[in-house]
Design a protein around this ligand. Sequence first.
Ligand SMILES: Cc1cc2nc3c(=O)[nH]c(=O)nc-3n(C[C@H](O)[C@H](O)[C@H](O)COP(=O)(O)OP(=O)(O)OC[C@H]3O[C@@H](n4cnc5c(N)ncnc54)[C@H](O)[C@@H]3O)c2cc1C
Length: 433
Amino acid sequence: MLWKNWTGNQQSAPISVERPTTEEELVGIVRRAAASGERVKAVGSGHSFTGVALTDGHLIVLDKYSRIVSSDPSKGTVTVQAGIPLHRLNTELDVRGLAMENLGDIAYQTIAGAISTGTHGTGRLLGGLATQVIGLRLVAGDGSLIDCSAETEPALFHAARVGLGALGLISTVTLRCLPAFNLHAVEAPMPVDDVLGSLDETVDGNDHFEFFWFPHTNWALTKRNNRTDRPLFPRSRWREFRDDILVNNIAFGALCRLGRWRPSLIPPLLGKLPPPSGSEYVDKSYEVFVSPRLVRFYEMEYAIPREAAREAFNQVRRYIERSGLVITFPVEMRFAAGDDIPLSMAYGRDTCYIAVHVYQGTHYQQYFEAVEQIMNGYGGRPHWGKLHFQTAETLAARYPEWDRFQAVRARLDPAGRFSNPYLNRVLGPAAGG
Ligand SMILES: Cc1cc2nc3c(=O)[nH]c(=O)nc-3n(C[C@H](O)[C@H](O)[C@H](O)COP(=O)(O)OP(=O)(O)OC[C@H]3O[C@@H](n4cnc5c(N)ncnc54)[C@H](O)[C@@H]3O)c2cc1C
């Protein structure tokens, strides 16, 4: 039996696929694996591009362990089972008058999968999803259950919010949420040099700002989202379908297929196309943050100090222009506040994220390696769920609390029950693994 991730570039053959419905069953799976010396791993929605979720042991799918456990709208807190997908979490929160403070571009991921790799959105004052976590309940490698928060087991809590699945199985997650809010979204094409020329003012002047630059053109699509008290003024169903499905997925997918078949046609074609169209609307926060992604691709994303954003981006741009490579996917830039989570890509510094993508089935090695070289020059930290070529040796010095994370890993999983080749590569082998 083969398990594959969303984009199909990672696969493994687990001994078994388990679908627990209760915490007792979850604990039982780990205990049995511990007794027989086998490995075990929970998987989310398989939306990581790396081998972070692969296992040759027992694979745990949490689609039947995905409910709201409790909520306290007056305190803005909610406790959920680890397998809840973000799209359902968003609507469940909305019913309770709550919302996630920030989200990434999609909502297919599970909450446990998203926090485990450091998933983030954009917003200069906001951290990734893991910064919204205030409590976790984990199953350790020996099958014991541990609750952790800033007050209880703080060292474990500190590390486990971005734990790469290496510290234990997350059973439940407690989140700090905001009262539900609307966002005023303004999407507008701009010459990329103008975007870069006013980058700091734009990032500082908006709650959430990001842009997508289309290689071989001078155009960038900018997205500014700001909290608003204005009433809902969503896009019409037709407009939403046209922008999100027809243009961003169906037409874009056709362009990508053309690029894979005849790359040389892409730069002249892109030069003739009009800039992407803009739009302005007010919608519920989670409707604005996320979009459907039907075109499959490979991605690498690096976190660098915010002050290096413009320079690093220009290096990537110059590389693409000089390399002769044909790139159909945009380069994306986002921002986040520094945080205190040991393996968060934004640990200790206000961060700019630069992401590069290629269409599924396209060679990415040369492009991604070159961009990684550029990011190395800025102490770049790769997204744990997106492709990169780093190892524990190259990464350790980039994370000031690396040793604290490793101490927690040695305590929670001394036998390497949750290890796999990716974790052995990027974290080093577990003590007993
Ligand atoms: C189309 C697309 C868009 C994306 N957009 C963004 C974005 O905007 N921002 C961003 O930062 N990232 C983005 N990503 C990356 C994605 O958010 C991460 O890779 C995320 O980890 C995927 O979540 P998942 O539920 O699919 O987890 P998986 O990929 O299945 O697993 C990720 C990790 O979580 C672990 N895990 C899952 N459940 C548990 C559990 N219960 N206990 C312990 N460990 C567990 C797995 O073992 C694995 O280590 C995107 C990916 C895709 C494919």
